[in-house]
Design a protein around this ligand. Structure first.
Ligand code: AMP
Ligand code: ZN
Length: 119
């Protein structure tokens, strides 16, 4: 299924739940995490409902590549300091033992001056 009516991130993408949007295009929706661990903390999600990285196949290579190429640009635009003294951290929790709580694939991008709340 492309959307799950019970999925909180599908509802955010559809505008049914408010969010602080960072970026949007045909494939991706990016918004600030509601409980930031770091001065900059946003989530990059495919508009397509994919439960986790465990469901990825070759058909998702372009989509996942797009996320990885866009992340550094958005990180700088959101206030992360430049590499190498600044930078950012990317986390993609997958499955219960991987710490995933929301089962719609999302890439955490965190950055900004230390200390951070977590990580
Ligand atoms: P994970 O543990 O990787 O599944 O992370 C889920 C993330 O989604 C957590 O960092 C939450 O703070 C974040 N989150 C949950 N609900 C919302 C929401 N309505 N708006 C923004 N971020 C959210
Ligand atoms: Zn979803």
């Amino acid at each position: 299924m492309s959307h799950d009516p019970n999925c909180i991130f599908c509802k955010i993408i559809a505008g049914q739940i408010p969010s602080r949007k960072v970026y949007e295009d045909d494939d991706l929706f990016v918004f600030h995490d509601i409980h930031p661990w770091a001065p900059v903390h946003f989530l990059m999600v495919p508009k397509l409902h994919i439960a986790s990285m465990a469901q990825l196949g070759p058909e998702h290579e372009r989509l996942m590549g797009k996320i990885m190429v866009l992340a550094p640009q958005l990180a700088l635009a959101q206030g992360c300091n430049p590499y190498p003294d600044g930078g950012f951290r990317i986390v993609c929790n997958t499955g219960t033992e991987g710490g995933q709580e929301v089962h719609h694939l999302h890439v955490h991008v965190m950055g900004g001056p230390r200390p951070w709340l977590k990580g």
